[in-house]
Design a protein around this ligand. Structure first.
Ligand code: FAD
Ligand code: NAG
Ligand code: NAG
Ligand code: NAG
Length: 572
C-alpha cells in the first residue's frame, strides 16, 4: 500500500470516529432533552384532578427558605405560605442578633461574602434596593493572606487587571510572598482534573469517592503548594480539611469561584450585619405579600395520609423558646412541604420521625453531618490600621480554617474611637468547647500575631457565636446521601439549600438561593431554570479542555471500553 493511501485511510478513520463521537454526544443530549420534557409534560398534566397546592410550609428561614417563599409568592398570590424556623431571627447561618458579652452591640454568625457569580442574589438585591447595590454592599478591595510568620499572599481585585484566560489570570496576578514558582507550577496538573470534572452526575459519583487531599497527592501537587494554597482554601471554602472533604465538592467549588472567569474571585461584603441590612427589608416585603413567619418554632414531626401516596398533610411544631408566637404545639396544614434546612437538621428530623424514616431515601440523611464554626468579634479601644479589610489565615491551628475581617472598614463605621475585628474559625468543634473568656483571649492572641499594632489595644466587648455542627460537611461519599430538589418517595416534599444535589457547585448563599427557586419551580410545575440567572458560558479554553477530554472519552468507548474512562482511573 502506498504511504499516501495509508495516510488518507488514517485521516478518514480519524474523521469518522470523531464524527461518531460527535453524534453520540448529540444523541445523548437529545435523549436527555426528550426525557426531561416528557417528565415535565407528565407533571403539567396531573393524572388525577388534583387541585394545585394551596398551603405551603417551608421549614427553615435561611437564604434557601426565604428564596423559595419569594419565588412562590411572586408567581401565585393565592398561596398560603408559612415559614417555620427554630431560631428567633431569620437568616439561618447568616443570622444576626447575637448579643455581645458586655451587651453594647450585636454580632452575626460570621462574615459572608458575595462573589462575582452571585447573579441571582444580586438580582434580589436590585429588587430590594431599587438597583442600588452600593447601598448595602462594599466595593471590591485587595485581600490578604496571613500565616503566623506574616503576610503570605495578596489577592488583588482581579477585575482591575488586564484580562487573561481564567485560571492563568489568577495565577499571574495573585502575589505569593513565600511560595517558589516551582511549587506554584506543581498546581498545574489540577487543570486536568478541572477539565475532567464536568459537573455531571457521573463526574460527581466518581470524584465524590476520593478525598481532595488524595486527588492532590496523586496529581503530584507539591506538599508546600498543597499546605499553603489548597488546604487553606478548602478549610475556609468548604469548612473541612482536604483529607475529609470530597474531591467533587472541591472541584465543583473551584469551577464556580475560579474557572468561570478571572473576576470570579472578586468579592463584596455587606456594609452592616446581613440580618439587619438585607434580611429585615426582605422579610418585610414577604410579610407584606402574605407570607407568614413562625419563628422560635421547631418542627418536630409530621402527619401523613395513610391511604393514597403517603403525602405529608400536617407539620407538627412546638415552641423552641418563650418568644414563640405559638406557645404550645401547633399543627400546620400542608399541601406541599419544603425542607430548607442543612444536613445535620435533616439527620435529626429523620431520626425523630417514623413517618420519614420508613423511606430509605430519608434514612440516608442520617449519614449527613455538619461541622462546627466559631465566629468572634472583638471590640477594641484603639483604632487599628489594617492593611486589608478581609483576610484568610492558615497555620494557626492544625485542621482549623480561619479568616479575619476589619468590620470597622467593611461596615464603614465613621468617626470611631476604636476598631472592630471579626475572627472566624472553621471546622472548629475543638474550639467551641472553650469558655467565652478563653475564646476571646485566643482570638486576641491570634490577632496580635497577625498585626503587632493590636498588642496594646484592649478588648472592651466581644461577640462569641458558637455554631456546632451547623455547616454542611461535604465529606467523601456524602453526595450519595444528599437530597434532590424533589423527594422520590413522598410526592409533596421538596428540598432546597446548599445540601441539595444540583449542578450548582458553589456551596454558598447563592446556591441556597438558587435551589430555593428550583424547589418553587417544581411545586408550580414551571420548567427547570425558570427565573434563574444562569452562569455565563465557559471561556473558550475551558470549554476546549472539557471538550477534548470528552471527545477522548467517547473515542475510548468506541474503542471498546465498557464505560468512559476518567483521570480517576489513571490515578488509582
Ligand atoms: C461562618 C460562615 C461563613 C460563611 N461564609 C460564606 C460566604 O462568605 N459566602 C457564602 O456565600 N456563604 C458562606 N457561608 C455559607 C452560607 O452561610 C450557607 O451556604 C447558607 O447560609 C445556607 O443557607 P440555607 O438556607 O441552605 O441553610 P441555613 O442557613 O442552615 O438555614 C436553615 C434553617 O433551618 C432552621 N431549622 C433547622 N432545623 C429546624 C427545625 N427542626 N425546625 C425549624 N427550623 C429548623 C435553622 O434554624 C436555620 O435557620 C458561610 C457559613 C458560615 C457558617
Ligand atoms: C463509590 O463508592 C461507592 C461506595 O463505596 C461504590 O458503591 C461506588 O461504586 C463507587 N463509585 C465509583 C465510581 O467508584
Ligand atoms: C467625630 O467625633 C468628634 C468627637 O466626638 C465630634 O466632635 C465630631 O463632630 C465627629 N464628627 C462626625 C463627622 O461625626
Ligand atoms: C466587659 O467590660 C469590662 C469592663 O469594662 C471589661 O473588663 C471586660 O474585659 C469586658 N469584656 C469583654 C469580653 O470585652
Amino acid at each position: 500500500m502506498k504511504l499516501s493511501t495509508l495516510l488518507i485511510g488514517f485521516t478518514a478513520a480519524l474523521n469518522i470516529s470523531s464524527i461518531k463521537a460527535f453524534t453520540i454526544g448529540t444523541s445523548q443530549q437529545l435523549h436527555h432533552h426528550q426525557s426531561t420534557s416528557s417528565r415535565q409534560n407528565a407533571h403539567s398534566k396531573p393524572i388525577s384532578n388534583e387541585p394545585p397546592p394551596k398551603n405551603i410550609v417551608i421549614i427553615g428561614a435561611g437564604w434557601a427558605g426565604l428564596s423559595a417563599a419569594h419565588s412562590l409568592f411572586k408567581s401565585d398570590h393565592n398561596l398560603q405560605i408559612t415559614i417555620v424556623d427554630a431560631a428567633p431571627r431569620v437568616g439561618g447561618l447568616v443570622r444576626d442578633g447575637f448579643p455581645t458579652v458586655n451587651g453594647t452591640s450585636q454580632g452575626e454568625a460570621g462574615q459572608h461574602g458575595f462573589w462575582d457569580n452571585y447573579h441571582n442574589i444580586f438580582n434580589l438585591l436590585e429588587e430590594l434596593f431599587d438597583g442600588n447595590l452600593d447601598k448595602v454592599l462594599s466595593g471590591y478591595a485587595e485581600q490578604g493572606q496571613y500565616s503566623p510568620r506574616g503576610l503570605e499572599a495578596v489577592w488583588p481585585v482581579y477585575r482591575n487587571q488586564k484580562k487573561l484566560p481564567t485560571g492563568l489570570g489568577q495565577a499571574v496576578y495573585t502575589k505569593f510572598v513565600n511560595l517558589s514558582p516551582l511549587d506554584r507550577a506543581s498546581a498545574l496538573p489540577m487543570a486536568l482534573a478541572f477539565s475532567d470534572f464536568d459537573d455531571s452526575e457521573k463526574a460527581w459519583e466518581k470524584y465524590d469517592n476520593v478525598s481532595f487531599r488524595d486527588l492532590c497527592i496523586k496529581l503530584g501537587i507539591s506538599k508546600k503548594c498543597y499546605d499553603e494554597i489548597f488546604e487553606p482554601m478548602i478549610l475556609t471554602g468548604l469548612f473541612a480539611p482536604g483529607a475529609e472533604c470530597s474531591a467533587a465538592a472541591a472541584l465543583g467549588m473551584a469551577y464556580f469561584f475560579v474557572l468561570k472567569s478571572q473576576n470570579s474571585f472578586d468579592v463584596r461584603w455587606c456594609k452592616g450585619n446581613i440580618g439587619k441590612l438585607i434580611f429585615d427589608p426582605w422579610v418585610e416585603l414577604l410579610e407584606k405579600n402574605g407570607v407568614e413567619f413562625q419563628l422560635s418554632t421547631k418542627v418536630k414531626g409530621f402527619e401523613c395520609s395513610d391511604y393514597d401516596d403517603g403525602r405529608i398533610t400536617k407539620v407538627v411544631c412546638s415552641a423552641s423558646s418563650e418568644t414563640a408566637k405559638a406557645r404550645d404545639d401547633c399543627i400546620i396544614e400542608a399541601d406541599s412541604v419544603i425542607f430548607a434546612v442543612g444536613g445535620a437538621a435533616l439527620n435529626t428530623m429523620v431520626r425523630g420521625s417514623p413517618e420519614l424514616s420508613k423511606y430509605s431515601e430519608f434514612r440516608k440523611f442520617s449519614n449527613l453531618r455538619g461541622t462546627g464554626v466559631l465566629a468572634t468579634r472583638l471590640y477594641l479601644n484603639t483604632v487599628l490600621d489594617t492593611p486589608y479589610s478581609a483576610n484568610a489565615c492558615w497555620g494557626f491551628d492544625e485542621g482549623i480554617g480561619m479568616t479575619m475581617f476589619d468590620i470597622t472598614k467593611l461596615h464603614e463605621v465613621s468617626n470611631s474611637t476604636g476598631s472592630v475585628i471579626e475572627i472566624d474559625y472553621y471546622h472548629a468543634a475543638s474550639l467551641l468547647v472553650m469558655s467565652d473568656e478563653q475564646i476571646v483571649q485566643k482570638a486576641k492572641r491570634d490577632l496580635d500575631t497577625i498585626l503587632s499594632q493590636s498588642r496594646n489595644a484592649h478588648v472592651i466587648d466581644a461577640a462569641v457565636v458558637r455554631l456546632p455542627q451547623a455547616v454542611n460537611w461535604y465529606s467523601p461519599g456524602s453526595y450519595a446521601n444528599m437530597p434532590k430538589v424533589q423527594s422520590a418517595s413522598i410526592p409533596n416534599v421538596y428540598f432546597c439549600g446548599d445540601i441539595v444535589r444540583s449542578r450548582h457547585g458553589s456551596w454558598s448563599q447563592e446556591k441556597a438561593y438558587v435551589t430555593g427557586i428550583e424547589a418553587a419551580n417544581k411545586i408550580l410545575n414551571r420548567k427547570d431554570g425558570f427565573g434563574i440567572v444562569p452562569l455565563n458560558a465557559d471561556e473558550p479554553h475551558v470549554a476546549l479542555g472539557r471538550g477534548v477530554l470528552a471527545a477522548a472519552k467517547s473515542l475510548a468507548v468506541l474503542g471498546g471500553a465498557k464505560r468512559e474512562p476518567s483521570i480517576v482511573d489513571f490515578l488509582w
